[in-house]
Design a protein around this ligand. Structure first.
Ligand code: PYC
Length: 318
């Protein structure tokens, strides 16, 4: 006799952008209703957070995975709406994730080369899928909110960095004395985590008291084709395998504020895996509008099964 199982099926497409994975949820997610995506994100957070954990945490995912819930856009000029999430919470925007979403939708035949607007909780981003398969994302307006903010980091001493918005809040540091190399990931992670805790202890925030949940370290490039190398620590303590689209946007906003980057000038940001995001900025009505170009690859098309009898159907949460 076959026993009818109580299971929830979640259809997903997985991809990676410059090494950083994205899991696009096509169906099987919670009903978040209508209205602005920022409101739907709050409903997701307060009433359906179990779903975030089930999709990205172990045993179906890992701390590295960024989830992207496909939603009907509220703005009729948009082709899709997306809410990004990770192992500990939600992201405003996600550059690598948006590139992954566009490539995944194109893989499914839902998007053709051309321009596609995507609504996120922090604003609409315009994307261009090139014939080559590359994707350019015109990100939300980005800016530096504080320059040279110094804090004492227990065990490390005094550090200084800029605070900037690129769709998420970043603390950006040049002088850290560390090697931005895969072999040093655990030291880099410990340091960046200590910096994040120190910022919180000193009450250093983004605008409106927002938590600075991404720490971005810079060093000279190791690869002859880029302008700078970075290491980005994400909110759940995983490091970004890609050069980080929102982090590259924040970096370009800081450089523009310093007079080090001109509108239209190409900025090549190399990440910890040596992969590169190509960026530039435009200035419109005084706003810094960054764009980022890279490629993503689809890695899986599958159904997640949330079995009512599975003790870990909602993910393993520490
Ligand atoms: O590419 O913007 C990004 C991003 C944020 C967190 C991980 N990747």
């Amino acid at each position: 006799m076959q026993i009818a199982k109580r299971v929830q099926r979640v259809e997903v497409v997985d991809s990676h952008t410059a090494g950083e994975p994205t899991r696009l949820v096509l169906s099987g997610g919670p009903d978040l209703g209508n209205g602005p995506l920022a409101d739907r994100l709050e409903r997701f957070r307060t009433s359906h957070d179990y779903f975030r954990s089930a999709v990205v945490n172990e045993p179906r995912g890992s701390e590295v995975l960024v989830g992207a819930l496909l939603c009907e856009p509220a703005d009729p000029s948009c082709d899709a709406g997306v809410i990004f999430f990770n192992n500990v919470g939600y992201l405003g925007m996600c550059g690598h994730g948006t590139i992954g979403v566009v490539v995944s939708l194109a893989y499914l035949g839902k998007l053709q080369p051309g321009t596609h607007r995507i609504e996120t909780p922090v604003g609409v981003v315009s994307t261009r899928l090139h014939d080559s398969g590359k994707v350019t994302v015109e990100n939300v307006p980005s800016y530096r909110s504080q320059k040279c903010v110094a804090v004492n980091v227990p065990g490390y001493g005094r550090v200084s960095g800029d605070v900037a918005w690129g769709g998420n809040w970043f603390y950006l540091m040049e002088d850290h004395g560390l090697h931005l190399d895969l072999r040093h990931v655990s030291e880099l992670t410990d340091f960046a985590w200590a910096v994040k805790s120190a910022l919180a202890a000193y009450g250093v925030t983004g605008e409106n008291g927002s938590e600075i949940d991404h720490i971005e370290l810079f060093a000279p490039p190791q690869n002859g084709h880029s302008d700078s190398r970075n290491f980005v620590l994400c909110p759940g303590k995983a490091y970004d395998r890609s050069p980080c689209g929102t982090g590259t946007s924040a970096k370009m906003a800081c450089m523009y504020a310093e007079g080090q980057l001109a509108p239209g000038q190409i900025w090549r940001q190399e990440g910890i895996l040596d992969t590169i995001f190509e960026g530039s900025i435009q200035i419109e009505n005084g706003l810094i509008l960054p764009s980022i170009t890279s490629t993503a690859y689809v890695t899986a098309e599958s159904s997640l099964i949330l079995d009512a009898d599975d003790p870990f159907r909602l993910g393993i949460v520490p």
